[in-house]
Design a protein around this ligand. Structure first.
Ligand code: 9UX
Length: 74
């Protein structure tokens, strides 16, 4: 079954931000799909679907690599 992990990300405002984050997070082992709810309530919600649990620190690192900040979960 699929595991879903949500993180809230600051600083994403356009579709190119979405592409950059999606690309970095999709590259993590086990990640099957990444969706972004842009600017949901001030921060954007990034939802990571995977077959195995993904280390939240790895998701954070990938998002920071793309140039954005994780501000929380859910
Ligand atoms: Mo769009 Mo995102 O011009 O940092 S790439 S705002």
């Amino acid at each position: 079954s699929t595991i879903s992990t949500d993180v809230l990300v600051e600083g994403m405002t356009c579709s190119h931000c979405v592409m950059s984050v999606t690309e970095e997070v999709t590259a993590l082992n086990g990640v099957e799909n990444v969706t972004v709810d842009l600017n949901a309530g001030g921060a954007s919600k990034v939802t990571v679907a995977s077959t195995t649990p993904i280390d939240p620190a790895a998701i954070r690192a990938a998002i920071e690599e793309a140039g954005y900040s994780v501000v929380g979960n859910r």
